[in-house]
Structure formats: C-alpha cells, structure tokens
Write a protein of this length. Structure first.
Length: 339
C-alpha cells in the first residue's frame, strides 16, 4: 500500500511539474507590448466603453504584460487613415463601421444598405454567422484581421435648418456623410447635397455651418455634443451599423498563439459587453438629446415608405457592384433569422 502511495505521490508531483512548466512556457510566449487602439467616438460613448473593456480583459488575461492604449475621438486621424495605419503596422487596433471596409473588400458595402435590418439582434445573428465571418476572413489578404462585430446602432438624421416632417424635406440640405460611396449615393437619392468628411472634422463643420446636418446613431450624436450645433433630429433609422473590430495583420502575424488567444477571448467577451452597453445607451440617448434642446420628429409610415422607394435604385446599384450572389446570400441569412 505504501509503495503504491509513494508512486501516486511521485506521479502527481511529475504531473504538477509538467503543468508548471507548461504554464511558465505559455507565460513566456506573452511578451511585454503596448497596442494602440484608435477609434472615432469620444470617451463615454459605447464604442469607447467597449474599447476599455477590451483593454481591461487583455491586461487581465496577459497578467499585465499586454497593454492596450486607447486613442478615442479620432485623435490619430479619421477611419480611412486609421485603416491605412493598421495595414502599415503603426496602429494595432481599431473599430469602425463595417461598411467602410468596402474599400478593402467590396462585399462589406452590404452592411451599409439602407433599411436592411429590423433590429440589432437580427444583425448580430448575421454578422456572427457564416456570412459575417466569411467577409471577415477576406480581410486577412488586405493587411487586416477581423476579431468581431460591435454595435453602433441605427443611424438618424440631424440638421440645423428645419424639422423633417416628410421625405421631401431632406431635399436641398447639405448633409455630411461618412467617406463611403454608398452614403454619398444614398443621400443624393434623397435630394440632399451629400458631403463626405472625416469624423474629426464634423463638429467644426456643423458649428461653422459648412454643412447643415449629419447622420449618426443617437448615442454618437449625444456623446459628440452635436445638440450644441444642431436643432432638429429625425428618427429615420435609415442604416444599421455593425462595427468591425480589427487588429493589424502585421501585429497578428507577429504574435504567439497565446497572445492571439488573449485577443480572441478579449474580443469575444468585450463584444457581449459592448453590444449590451450600446443598446442600453441608445434607449436613453434620445431623451437626453430632447432635454438638451433638440426637436425630435418621427416620419409617418407613408413617408418612410417614400424614403424606401427613393433609395431603391441605390440598393440595386450596389447589389450589382458587390455581386448579386452575395446579396442573395445575405437576404437568405436574414430570412432564416426572421423565421
């Protein structure tokens, strides 16, 4: 009995030693490094909250070896500059509207199709499913690596000129749009003078009346203090924005398996947190904007139907350019989710 007991103790000691060596080996594969995480929204916005959560998880899982340093508010440049910086390896992480990535992989333009999703949860199912993951995988050839999809919410229209009571009221307004061709075509189809500008330039452009209005989710409008320079907000809900969480491919390729696993797990966990934070904030942001002095309006169903009719040629144009098969696959995924 004693002989067996001694053997068992020796075996346990050996197993413990191997486990300790494995743990030490894994720890050795996690290097001291600082990762720059650049994004457009201000501290306090759900995008920034998600970034902070991601940074906290990375720090915890790496034992403090990996530091994610946040650069909110477009301090390192607009989205297009940031994507270029990721490809060059001078910035390591970003999160941005998935549709902006159509400049890298044309199929991402489908995420900017107007009136595509009915809810955020519907979008989650599509982006987390085979369709969204297949698009992410295509970024690896473009110097980027996809980690997941966050929530920015439904985009709404603001302006300083007049309340929007019907679809035709949009005509003639100079509206800032993100630097993506489909947004230019979308607002041009609505009769507006669509003006693409990097996000960091938007507040001063509104303040100086260089543009009449802009379109963003309520949370972004609130966090960016646009109520100071905009009087009217219309709940058009014209586009739902999934956001792509990205790491530089150069950074990713230079990481150990353990470091990659840390980023993967941080992305997974922060995504759950960020989506919940974003949707909760969207519920309260509109009331806060109202209290800040903005006049809030909703278009009646018949006017919303007119908006959809006006933008149908835009959907047809981009369906042809991204590929009918891709659009059909997306619509099939949405149908499955709805059923």
């Amino acid at each position: 009995m004693k002989k067996h007991s001694m053997k068992a103790k020796l075996l346990l000691a050996a197993v413990g030693a191997v486990a300790a060596l494995a743990t030490a080996g894994a720890a050795a594969q996690v290097k001291e490094r600082t990762l720059k995480f650049a994004f457009q929204n201000q501290t306090g916005h759900p995008q920034a909250q998600g970034a902070q959560k991601f940074a906290d998880i990375v720090a915890a899982k790496s034992g403090g070896k990996m530091t994610v340093k946040l650069f909110p508010g477009g301090t390192l440049g607009g989205d297009l500059q940031t994507v270029s910086a990721l490809q060059g390896g001078t910035v390591e992480l970003t999160v941005l509207n998935a549709g902006i990535l159509s400049a890298q992989v044309k199929e991402f333009a489908v995420f900017d199709f107007p009136f595509l999703f009915n809810s955020g949860k519907e979008a989650d199912a599509v982006t987390d499913g085979p369709f969204g993951q297949k698009l992410m995988a295509r970024l690896d050839d473009k110097g980027l690596h996809g980690l997941g999809y966050w929530d920015l919410g439904f985009r709404n229209l603001t302006n300083s000129k007049r309340p929007i009571a019907k679809a035709d009221d949009i005509a003639g307004l100079k509206i800032r749009v993100i630097q993506s061709p489909i947004y230019i075509d979308l607002f041009s189809a609505l009769g507006a003078n669509a003006t693409p500008l990097p996000f960091p330039e938007l507040y001063p452009a509104l303040d100086q009346k260089a543009v009449d209005g802009q379109e963003n989710p309520n949370t972004t409008i609130l966090a960016s203090k646009f109520a100071e320079v905009q009087k009217y907000i219309t709940q058009t809900r014209h586009v739902y924005n999934p956001q792509a969480l990205l790491v530089s491919r150069k950074t990713w390729d230079g990481m150990s398996a353990e470091e990659r696993q840390i980023l993967t797990e941080a992305a997974r966990d922060s995504t759950v947190f960020q989506r919940a934070a974003s949707r909760s904030a969207a519920d309260s942001a509109l009331e806060a904007l109202r209290k800040a002095g903005m006049t809030v309006s909703e278009l009646p169903p018949e006017e919303m139907a007119k908006l959809r009719t006006k933008v149908k040629p835009v959907i047809d144009k981009y369906s042809a350019s991204v590929g009918e098969a891709t659009v059909k696959e997306l619509m099939s995924e949405i149908d499955k989710v709805r059923k």
